[in-house]
Design a protein around this ligand. Structure first.
Ligand code: SPV
Ligand code: MG
Length: 429
Protein backbone atom coordinates (compact mmCIF):
# COMPACT_ATOMS: atom_id res chain seq x y z
CA UNK A 1 0.00 0.00 0.00
CA UNK A 2 1.34 3.43 -0.89
CA UNK A 3 1.55 6.32 1.54
CA UNK A 4 0.26 9.86 0.97
CA UNK A 5 1.49 12.66 3.23
CA UNK A 6 -0.58 15.81 3.77
CA UNK A 7 0.57 18.64 6.01
CA UNK A 8 -2.11 20.78 7.61
CA UNK A 9 -2.93 22.81 10.69
CA UNK A 10 -6.59 21.66 10.74
CA UNK A 11 -7.68 24.21 13.30
CA UNK A 12 -11.11 24.87 11.88
CA UNK A 13 -11.95 21.79 9.87
CA UNK A 14 -14.04 22.52 6.80
CA UNK A 15 -15.49 20.39 3.97
CA UNK A 16 -12.29 21.25 2.05
CA UNK A 17 -10.22 19.23 4.50
CA UNK A 18 -12.51 16.25 4.05
CA UNK A 19 -12.44 16.63 0.25
CA UNK A 20 -8.68 16.69 0.09
CA UNK A 21 -8.44 13.58 2.28
CA UNK A 22 -10.98 11.81 0.08
CA UNK A 23 -8.93 12.65 -2.98
CA UNK A 24 -5.66 11.66 -1.37
CA UNK A 25 -6.87 8.29 -0.13
CA UNK A 26 -7.39 7.17 -3.72
CA UNK A 27 -3.60 7.22 -4.00
CA UNK A 28 -2.83 5.35 -0.79
CA UNK A 29 -2.94 5.45 2.98
CA UNK A 30 -3.21 8.99 4.26
CA UNK A 31 -0.75 10.24 6.87
CA UNK A 32 -1.53 13.71 8.18
CA UNK A 33 1.48 15.80 9.18
CA UNK A 34 -0.31 17.94 11.73
CA UNK A 35 1.50 21.21 12.40
CA UNK A 36 2.22 21.68 16.09
CA UNK A 37 1.18 24.88 17.84
CA UNK A 38 4.71 26.26 17.50
CA UNK A 39 4.92 25.34 13.80
CA UNK A 40 1.70 27.26 13.13
CA UNK A 41 2.69 30.16 15.41
CA UNK A 42 5.92 30.55 13.45
CA UNK A 43 3.98 31.95 10.49
CA UNK A 44 0.52 32.96 11.67
CA UNK A 45 -1.83 33.14 14.65
CA UNK A 46 -1.84 30.43 17.23
CA UNK A 47 -4.55 27.89 16.36
CA UNK A 48 -7.80 28.19 18.34
CA UNK A 49 -7.59 24.49 19.25
CA UNK A 50 -4.46 23.09 20.91
CA UNK A 51 -2.53 20.36 19.07
CA UNK A 52 -4.02 17.46 21.03
CA UNK A 53 -7.58 18.55 20.23
CA UNK A 54 -6.80 19.04 16.54
CA UNK A 55 -5.13 15.63 16.49
CA UNK A 56 -8.20 14.01 18.04
CA UNK A 57 -10.43 15.50 15.33
CA UNK A 58 -8.16 14.46 12.45
CA UNK A 59 -7.65 10.92 13.73
CA UNK A 60 -11.37 10.40 13.55
CA UNK A 61 -11.89 11.52 9.98
CA UNK A 62 -12.64 8.68 7.61
CA UNK A 63 -9.67 7.90 5.42
CA UNK A 64 -6.97 9.12 7.81
CA UNK A 65 -4.58 6.30 8.64
CA UNK A 66 -2.32 8.17 11.01
CA UNK A 67 -1.65 11.64 12.40
CA UNK A 68 1.96 12.58 13.10
CA UNK A 69 3.31 15.84 14.49
CA UNK A 70 5.00 18.18 12.02
CA UNK A 71 7.20 20.27 14.30
CA UNK A 72 8.29 22.80 11.67
CA UNK A 73 6.73 24.58 8.73
CA UNK A 74 9.19 22.64 6.64
CA UNK A 75 7.87 19.22 5.58
CA UNK A 76 11.32 17.79 4.90
CA UNK A 77 12.25 16.36 8.35
CA UNK A 78 9.01 14.32 8.39
CA UNK A 79 9.38 13.30 4.73
CA UNK A 80 12.83 11.90 5.45
CA UNK A 81 11.40 9.86 8.32
CA UNK A 82 8.23 8.63 6.60
CA UNK A 83 9.42 8.47 2.97
CA UNK A 84 5.90 8.73 1.55
CA UNK A 85 5.14 7.84 -2.05
CA UNK A 86 3.17 11.04 -2.44
CA UNK A 87 2.86 14.45 -0.88
CA UNK A 88 -0.55 15.92 -1.48
CA UNK A 89 -1.00 19.70 -1.56
CA UNK A 90 -3.30 22.34 -2.95
CA UNK A 91 -2.01 23.79 -6.20
CA UNK A 92 -1.74 27.45 -5.17
CA UNK A 93 1.82 27.59 -3.89
CA UNK A 94 3.93 28.02 -6.97
CA UNK A 95 4.67 31.67 -6.11
CA UNK A 96 6.56 33.62 -3.42
CA UNK A 97 8.64 31.84 -0.79
CA UNK A 98 6.38 28.82 -0.92
CA UNK A 99 7.73 28.17 -4.38
CA UNK A 100 11.08 27.26 -2.79
CA UNK A 101 9.39 25.04 -0.21
CA UNK A 102 7.56 23.28 -3.02
CA UNK A 103 10.79 22.68 -4.93
CA UNK A 104 12.52 21.32 -1.83
CA UNK A 105 9.69 18.84 -1.33
CA UNK A 106 9.92 17.72 -4.98
CA UNK A 107 13.70 17.27 -4.65
CA UNK A 108 13.43 15.38 -1.36
CA UNK A 109 10.75 13.02 -2.70
CA UNK A 110 12.90 12.27 -5.73
CA UNK A 111 15.42 10.52 -3.45
CA UNK A 112 13.05 7.51 -3.18
CA UNK A 113 10.98 8.04 -6.32
CA UNK A 114 8.18 9.89 -4.52
CA UNK A 115 5.97 12.49 -6.17
CA UNK A 116 4.19 15.72 -5.38
CA UNK A 117 0.51 15.63 -6.29
CA UNK A 118 -1.38 18.89 -6.45
CA UNK A 119 -5.09 19.40 -6.31
CA UNK A 120 -7.30 22.32 -7.25
CA UNK A 121 -10.17 20.65 -5.50
CA UNK A 122 -10.48 23.01 -2.57
CA UNK A 123 -13.93 24.52 -2.91
CA UNK A 124 -16.10 26.19 -0.35
CA UNK A 125 -15.28 27.74 2.96
CA UNK A 126 -11.66 28.58 3.69
CA UNK A 127 -10.26 28.57 7.18
CA UNK A 128 -9.39 32.26 6.70
CA UNK A 129 -13.05 33.13 6.21
CA UNK A 130 -13.97 30.99 9.21
CA UNK A 131 -11.41 32.84 11.33
CA UNK A 132 -13.01 36.11 10.29
CA UNK A 133 -16.39 34.71 11.30
CA UNK A 134 -15.02 33.66 14.70
CA UNK A 135 -13.66 37.15 15.21
CA UNK A 136 -17.12 38.54 14.54
CA UNK A 137 -18.77 36.13 16.94
CA UNK A 138 -16.12 36.68 19.63
CA UNK A 139 -14.47 34.15 21.86
CA UNK A 140 -15.32 32.45 25.12
CA UNK A 141 -13.53 33.52 28.32
CA UNK A 142 -12.23 29.98 28.76
CA UNK A 143 -10.56 29.79 25.36
CA UNK A 144 -9.07 33.25 25.64
CA UNK A 145 -7.80 32.88 29.20
CA UNK A 146 -5.53 29.91 28.52
CA UNK A 147 -4.15 31.39 25.31
CA UNK A 148 -1.20 33.21 26.89
CA UNK A 149 0.12 30.02 28.49
CA UNK A 150 -0.27 28.21 25.17
CA UNK A 151 1.55 31.02 23.37
CA UNK A 152 4.42 30.84 25.87
CA UNK A 153 4.78 27.16 25.05
CA UNK A 154 4.53 27.71 21.30
CA UNK A 155 6.63 30.82 20.69
CA UNK A 156 10.03 32.01 21.89
CA UNK A 157 8.84 35.61 22.08
CA UNK A 158 5.40 37.12 22.46
CA UNK A 159 4.64 40.70 21.41
CA UNK A 160 2.00 42.58 23.32
CA UNK A 161 0.66 46.05 22.60
CA UNK A 162 -1.23 48.44 24.81
CA UNK A 163 -4.90 49.20 24.29
CA UNK A 164 -7.00 51.67 26.25
CA UNK A 165 -10.37 51.53 24.43
CA UNK A 166 -12.46 49.29 22.24
CA UNK A 167 -11.02 51.03 19.19
CA UNK A 168 -7.37 50.59 20.15
CA UNK A 169 -8.26 47.01 21.08
CA UNK A 170 -9.37 46.60 17.49
CA UNK A 171 -6.00 47.88 16.29
CA UNK A 172 -4.18 45.37 18.51
CA UNK A 173 -6.48 42.67 17.22
CA UNK A 174 -6.33 43.31 13.50
CA UNK A 175 -3.12 45.10 12.47
CA UNK A 176 -0.56 42.86 10.81
CA UNK A 177 2.33 42.97 8.38
CA UNK A 178 3.15 40.21 5.95
CA UNK A 179 6.58 39.40 4.59
CA UNK A 180 7.34 36.32 2.54
CA UNK A 181 4.10 34.65 3.64
CA UNK A 182 4.99 35.10 7.30
CA UNK A 183 2.30 37.10 9.06
CA UNK A 184 3.50 39.19 11.98
CA UNK A 185 0.96 40.56 14.42
CA UNK A 186 0.63 41.35 18.11
CA UNK A 187 -0.16 38.23 20.03
CA UNK A 188 -1.97 39.97 22.83
CA UNK A 189 -3.06 43.15 24.57
CA UNK A 190 -1.72 45.09 27.56
CA UNK A 191 -4.36 46.94 29.51
CA UNK A 192 -2.04 49.66 30.75
CA UNK A 193 -2.92 51.62 33.87
CA UNK A 194 -1.02 54.60 32.47
CA UNK A 195 -2.96 54.87 29.22
CA UNK A 196 -6.28 53.82 30.76
CA UNK A 197 -5.84 56.67 33.28
CA UNK A 198 -4.49 59.17 30.74
CA UNK A 199 -7.46 58.85 28.35
CA UNK A 200 -9.66 59.66 31.31
CA UNK A 201 -7.37 62.62 32.08
CA UNK A 202 -6.44 61.19 35.47
CA UNK A 203 -3.03 60.46 36.97
CA UNK A 204 -1.76 56.87 37.05
CA UNK A 205 -2.39 56.36 40.78
CA UNK A 206 -4.86 53.45 40.97
CA UNK A 207 -7.79 55.88 40.90
CA UNK A 208 -9.68 55.22 37.66
CA UNK A 209 -12.31 52.54 37.24
CA UNK A 210 -10.85 49.94 34.87
CA UNK A 211 -13.67 47.49 34.19
CA UNK A 212 -15.44 49.55 31.53
CA UNK A 213 -12.29 49.78 29.42
CA UNK A 214 -11.65 46.08 29.93
CA UNK A 215 -15.18 45.27 28.88
CA UNK A 216 -14.88 47.41 25.72
CA UNK A 217 -11.61 45.67 24.79
CA UNK A 218 -13.02 42.22 25.51
CA UNK A 219 -15.82 43.00 23.10
CA UNK A 220 -13.65 44.01 20.13
CA UNK A 221 -10.89 41.41 20.50
CA UNK A 222 -10.18 37.69 20.71
CA UNK A 223 -6.51 37.84 21.71
CA UNK A 224 -5.18 37.21 25.22
CA UNK A 225 -5.18 40.17 27.61
CA UNK A 226 -2.57 41.03 30.23
CA UNK A 227 -4.10 43.32 32.83
CA UNK A 228 -1.91 45.92 34.51
CA UNK A 229 -3.04 45.34 38.09
CA UNK A 230 -0.86 48.14 39.57
CA UNK A 231 -0.05 47.06 43.15
CA UNK A 232 -3.05 44.74 43.24
CA UNK A 233 -4.24 46.76 46.22
CA UNK A 234 -4.13 45.19 49.67
CA UNK A 235 -4.01 41.39 49.65
CA UNK A 236 -7.61 41.11 50.83
CA UNK A 237 -8.67 43.05 47.72
CA UNK A 238 -6.24 41.42 45.29
CA UNK A 239 -7.86 37.99 45.69
CA UNK A 240 -11.10 39.45 44.38
CA UNK A 241 -9.28 41.05 41.47
CA UNK A 242 -7.89 37.63 40.51
CA UNK A 243 -11.31 36.01 40.50
CA UNK A 244 -12.89 38.85 38.52
CA UNK A 245 -10.21 38.83 35.84
CA UNK A 246 -10.28 35.06 35.54
CA UNK A 247 -14.04 35.05 35.15
CA UNK A 248 -13.82 37.60 32.34
CA UNK A 249 -11.24 35.58 30.41
CA UNK A 250 -8.18 37.75 31.10
CA UNK A 251 -5.00 35.65 30.80
CA UNK A 252 -2.70 37.34 33.29
CA UNK A 253 -2.43 40.10 35.84
CA UNK A 254 0.86 41.86 36.52
CA UNK A 255 1.24 43.33 40.00
CA UNK A 256 4.10 45.59 41.00
CA UNK A 257 5.92 45.39 44.30
CA UNK A 258 5.04 48.84 45.57
CA UNK A 259 2.77 49.87 48.43
CA UNK A 260 0.80 52.89 49.51
CA UNK A 261 0.15 55.58 46.92
CA UNK A 262 1.58 54.18 43.72
CA UNK A 263 2.86 56.56 41.04
CA UNK A 264 3.89 55.75 37.50
CA UNK A 265 7.22 53.91 37.39
CA UNK A 266 8.66 56.20 34.76
CA UNK A 267 8.73 59.01 37.36
CA UNK A 268 11.30 56.83 39.13
CA UNK A 269 12.67 58.51 42.24
CA UNK A 270 11.42 61.99 41.24
CA UNK A 271 8.33 61.26 43.34
CA UNK A 272 7.87 59.40 46.62
CA UNK A 273 7.12 55.72 45.97
CA UNK A 274 7.64 52.92 48.43
CA UNK A 275 8.62 49.37 47.51
CA UNK A 276 6.76 46.60 49.32
CA UNK A 277 8.55 44.28 51.76
CA UNK A 278 9.56 41.03 50.11
CA UNK A 279 7.64 38.98 52.65
CA UNK A 280 4.42 40.96 52.30
CA UNK A 281 4.55 40.88 48.51
CA UNK A 282 5.17 37.12 48.56
CA UNK A 283 2.10 36.78 50.75
CA UNK A 284 0.10 38.74 48.16
CA UNK A 285 1.35 36.47 45.36
CA UNK A 286 0.59 33.24 47.22
CA UNK A 287 -2.84 34.49 48.32
CA UNK A 288 -3.63 35.34 44.69
CA UNK A 289 -2.50 31.91 43.56
CA UNK A 290 -4.72 30.26 46.18
CA UNK A 291 -7.69 32.37 45.10
CA UNK A 292 -7.26 31.37 41.45
CA UNK A 293 -9.71 28.73 40.24
CA UNK A 294 -8.54 27.97 36.69
CA UNK A 295 -5.28 26.56 35.33
CA UNK A 296 -4.90 29.01 32.48
CA UNK A 297 -4.63 32.25 34.47
CA UNK A 298 -1.22 33.71 35.39
CA UNK A 299 -0.08 36.04 38.17
CA UNK A 300 3.06 37.87 37.09
CA UNK A 301 5.20 39.80 39.58
CA UNK A 302 6.78 43.08 38.59
CA UNK A 303 10.03 44.05 40.20
CA UNK A 304 10.54 47.78 40.75
CA UNK A 305 14.03 47.61 42.29
CA UNK A 306 15.76 49.12 39.24
CA UNK A 307 13.10 51.82 38.89
CA UNK A 308 13.52 52.80 42.55
CA UNK A 309 17.32 52.41 42.50
CA UNK A 310 17.33 49.64 45.08
CA UNK A 311 19.98 47.80 43.06
CA UNK A 312 20.48 44.65 41.00
CA UNK A 313 21.02 42.39 44.01
CA UNK A 314 17.68 43.43 45.43
CA UNK A 315 16.00 42.81 42.05
CA UNK A 316 17.49 39.31 41.84
CA UNK A 317 16.68 38.45 45.46
CA UNK A 318 13.10 39.51 44.86
CA UNK A 319 12.85 37.42 41.68
CA UNK A 320 13.97 34.34 43.65
CA UNK A 321 11.54 35.03 46.47
CA UNK A 322 8.58 35.71 44.17
CA UNK A 323 9.23 32.50 42.23
CA UNK A 324 9.34 30.57 45.51
CA UNK A 325 6.01 32.20 46.44
CA UNK A 326 4.45 30.75 43.28
CA UNK A 327 4.48 33.58 40.75
CA UNK A 328 3.87 32.53 37.13
CA UNK A 329 6.16 35.16 35.63
CA UNK A 330 8.58 37.96 36.43
CA UNK A 331 8.48 41.42 34.88
CA UNK A 332 11.69 43.37 35.25
CA UNK A 333 11.10 47.07 34.75
CA UNK A 334 13.64 49.77 33.95
CA UNK A 335 13.51 53.45 33.00
CA UNK A 336 17.03 53.71 31.63
CA UNK A 337 17.62 54.85 28.04
CA UNK A 338 19.48 51.62 27.25
CA UNK A 339 18.70 48.00 28.06
CA UNK A 340 22.01 47.42 29.88
CA UNK A 341 20.57 46.86 33.34
CA UNK A 342 17.73 44.73 32.00
CA UNK A 343 20.24 42.59 30.10
CA UNK A 344 22.40 42.27 33.22
CA UNK A 345 19.34 41.11 35.14
CA UNK A 346 18.58 38.60 32.36
CA UNK A 347 22.11 37.19 32.47
CA UNK A 348 21.89 36.58 36.22
CA UNK A 349 18.34 35.31 35.94
CA UNK A 350 19.43 32.71 33.38
CA UNK A 351 21.56 31.12 36.13
CA UNK A 352 18.54 30.45 38.38
CA UNK A 353 17.52 26.81 38.74
CA UNK A 354 13.85 27.75 38.97
CA UNK A 355 12.72 30.17 36.32
CA UNK A 356 9.36 31.44 35.11
CA UNK A 357 8.65 33.44 31.93
CA UNK A 358 10.28 36.85 31.84
CA UNK A 359 8.55 40.08 30.76
CA UNK A 360 10.21 43.33 29.62
CA UNK A 361 8.71 46.72 28.79
CA UNK A 362 11.08 48.61 26.48
CA UNK A 363 9.46 52.06 26.77
CA UNK A 364 12.60 54.12 27.53
CA UNK A 365 15.09 51.67 26.02
CA UNK A 366 13.09 51.58 22.78
CA UNK A 367 16.15 51.06 20.54
CA UNK A 368 16.57 47.54 21.84
CA UNK A 369 15.01 45.05 19.46
CA UNK A 370 12.74 42.14 20.25
CA UNK A 371 15.44 39.80 18.94
CA UNK A 372 18.00 41.19 21.40
CA UNK A 373 15.57 40.81 24.29
CA UNK A 374 14.59 37.30 23.20
CA UNK A 375 18.26 36.30 22.96
CA UNK A 376 18.69 37.47 26.57
CA UNK A 377 15.85 35.21 27.67
CA UNK A 378 12.87 37.58 27.61
CA UNK A 379 9.63 35.78 26.73
CA UNK A 380 7.13 38.65 26.57
CA UNK A 381 7.74 42.16 25.26
CA UNK A 382 5.11 44.76 26.08
CA UNK A 383 4.76 47.97 24.04
CA UNK A 384 3.04 49.71 26.91
CA UNK A 385 1.91 53.14 25.73
CA UNK A 386 2.77 53.80 22.07
CA UNK A 387 -0.77 53.89 20.68
CA UNK A 388 -1.85 56.65 23.03
CA UNK A 389 1.42 58.56 22.73
CA UNK A 390 1.08 58.63 18.97
CA UNK A 391 -2.61 59.55 18.93
CA UNK A 392 -2.34 62.56 21.26
CA UNK A 393 0.11 64.70 19.23
CA UNK A 394 -1.80 63.87 16.04
CA UNK A 395 -4.99 65.21 17.62
CA UNK A 396 -3.27 68.32 18.98
CA UNK A 397 -1.86 69.10 15.51
CA UNK A 398 -5.29 68.82 13.91
CA UNK A 399 -6.86 71.03 16.61
CA UNK A 400 -4.16 73.66 15.99
CA UNK A 401 -4.59 73.50 12.24
CA UNK A 402 -8.32 74.17 12.53
CA UNK A 403 -7.64 77.16 14.78
CA UNK A 404 -4.96 78.53 12.49
CA UNK A 405 -6.97 78.31 9.28
CA UNK A 406 -10.45 78.97 10.54
CA UNK A 407 -11.58 75.83 8.74
CA UNK A 408 -10.89 72.11 8.69
CA UNK A 409 -9.78 71.72 5.06
CA UNK A 410 -6.04 71.83 5.87
CA UNK A 411 -6.46 69.21 8.58
CA UNK A 412 -8.30 66.90 6.23
CA UNK A 413 -5.18 65.21 4.88
CA UNK A 414 -4.34 64.09 8.43
CA UNK A 415 -7.79 62.62 8.97
CA UNK A 416 -9.22 59.34 7.80
CA UNK A 417 -12.16 59.68 5.40
CA UNK A 418 -15.53 60.12 7.11
CA UNK A 419 -16.80 57.11 5.18
CA UNK A 420 -14.07 54.98 6.74
CA UNK A 421 -14.74 56.00 10.32
CA UNK A 422 -18.49 55.46 10.06
CA UNK A 423 -18.04 52.04 8.54
CA UNK A 424 -15.07 50.96 10.66
CA UNK A 425 -17.25 49.23 13.19
CA UNK A 426 -19.91 47.09 11.56
CA UNK A 427 -23.37 47.05 13.14
CA UNK A 428 -24.51 43.73 14.47
CA UNK A 429 -27.93 43.10 12.99
C1 SPV B 1 1.66 50.97 32.33
O1 SPV B 1 1.64 50.90 31.09
O2 SPV B 1 0.74 51.46 32.96
C2 SPV B 1 2.80 50.46 33.09
C3 SPV B 1 4.14 50.49 32.50
O3 SPV B 1 2.58 50.09 34.23
S1 SPV B 1 4.87 51.97 33.01
O4 SPV B 1 4.06 53.06 32.52
O5 SPV B 1 6.21 52.00 32.44
O6 SPV B 1 4.93 51.98 34.47
MG1 MG C 1 0.81 50.76 35.04
Amino acid sequence: MKTVYIAMSADLVTPSHVNIIQEARMLGEVVIGLLTDSAVASYQRLPYMPYEERKFVMENIVGVKEVVAQETLDHVPNLLKIKPNYVFHRDDWNTGVLRETRQRIIDTLKQWGGELVESDHMPGITSTSLKQAIREVGITPMMRRSMLKRLLEAKPLIRIIEAHSGLTGLIAETVFVENDDIVREFEGIWLSSLTDSAVKAKPDIEYVERMTTLSDILETTTKPIIFDGDTGGITEHFVFMVRTLERLGVSAVIIEDKKGLKKNSLFGTDVVQVQDDIEDFCHKISSGKRAQVTDGFMIISRIESLILEAGMDDALARAKAYIAAGTDGIMIHSRKPTADEVLTFCREYAKFDDRVPLVAVPSTYCHTTEDELAAAGVNIVIYANQLLRSAYPAMVDVAKSILQHGRAAEAEEHCMPIKDIISLIPERT
